[in-house]
Design a protein around this ligand. Structure first.
Ligand code: SME
Length: 163
């Protein structure tokens, strides 16, 4: 049994330090990327309050122009997202973190869960190439700030070689 959960209450920098440390421990020595992404989605869900969706979209061999749904927690979601489309496709195409306070104000936002009000998407890069994005949705407006972005970027860096 794994028991990874925050030693609450934590401020955001402390929470992300614990999240990244737990992530490293969870995926250490496991070569299967799908298994690691599944556990990481569950870990994010455990650590971060006020989410309605948490998971991965991946770039896979053979379809370089679209992201494909990976392991996640939440309602069933759109399977394929064109690079440049929506929040996830924008993050992957521009290789930049997207912090969206109001998804309805984001041009081209792809609504997978009607409950989503704000969103954070962070590219996962390996050797300078985007291999996936981490996508987090919240039912609260403006749920994510710069501290969340930096924290999930640190997570992305820690896991890039293991997914
Ligand atoms: N909202 C995302 C689509 C994925 S779902 O949020 C799970 C987007 O605009 O790319």
């Amino acid at each position: 049994m794994f028991d990874f959960s925050p030693t609450a209450p934590l401020d955001k920098p402390e929470l992300y330090r614990e999240l990244v440390g737990s992530a490293r421990a969870l995926i250490d020595g496991e070569p299967d990327g799908i298994a690691n992404m599944a556990n990481l989605a569950a870990l994010i869900w455990t650590f971060m309050p006020d989410l309605n969706w948490a998971g991965f979209y991946r770039l896979v061999p053979g379809t370089p122009d679209e992201l494909v749904l990976g392991p996640f927690i939440g309602k069933p979601a759109c399977i394929r997202i064109a690079l440049g489309s929506g929040v996830c496709g924008t993050a992957a195409a521009t290789r930049t973190t997207q912090v969206v306070a109001d998804v309805h104000a984001f041009p081209g936002h792809i609504a997978c869960d009607a409950d989503s009000r704000s969103e954070l998407v962070v590219p996962v890069m390996r050797e300078g190439v985007v291999i996936a994005v981490i996508d987090l949705d919240s039912p609260l407006p403006a749920r994510f700030d710069a501290a969340d972005a930096r924290g999930i970027e640190a997570l992305a860096q820690a896991i890039a070689a293991h997914i």
